[in-house]
Design a protein around this ligand. Sequence first.
Ligand code: FE2
Length: 234
Amino acid sequence: MRTQPIRPPLLSALAAGVATLLAPMLAAAQFTLAPLPYPADALEPHIDRTTMEIHHGRHHAAYVNNLNGQVKNFPDLANLSLEAMQGQISKFNTAVRNNGGGHYNHDLFWKLMAPAGQRGAPGEALAADIARTFGSLEDMKKRFDQAALGRFGSGWAWLIVTPDKKLAITSTPNQDNPLMDLPEITRGTPILGLDVWEHAYYLKYQNKRGEYATNWWNVVNWNEVTRRYDEAMK
Ligand SMILES: [Fe+2]
């Protein structure tokens, strides 16, 4: 008497085929796209829902996917945290620099903004350091916006804590950031960063990068900036 297979052979073959196809994809999925920490419309009216959905769901997702595509070329990537990767980015290729940078920068960017009621204000030590370094919070914002507007093409403006524990404003091109071990980078720990790629603002602001930068201050998550400042100053 013939024994019945537990699953029909065709289904078994299909399941095995799917598993074979998925295995390398799952093994390579080292880096993942976290959900936005708030609803996509939480930053309106300053940053609109559609921009947030496309920025996170397509642009950031593409950086993550492209970075995962590089794990087969650089198995070392699999052992690195996203932050540690930035500090040794010179070991890798342009694709890792662009997509690893893109993943780190955007992961940070979402956390540096918050819905109304959760944004707070600069903490005491940070506020005092800003006043000491730049004159006032308004002066710091002006300097930061100059960096954002002065960045030709795509890139980021940053407020960093330098290795000698000073506040400084910098900007980087493309998806570079202040953690990268590259000779052209002014290095430090980013505590605030603004994405000035057109994909961050074009739908609502078109070419008006200055208006986007000015309005963006309304959604800055000072609680997170303060936390990062305190951590960097330890
Ligand atoms: Fe972006």
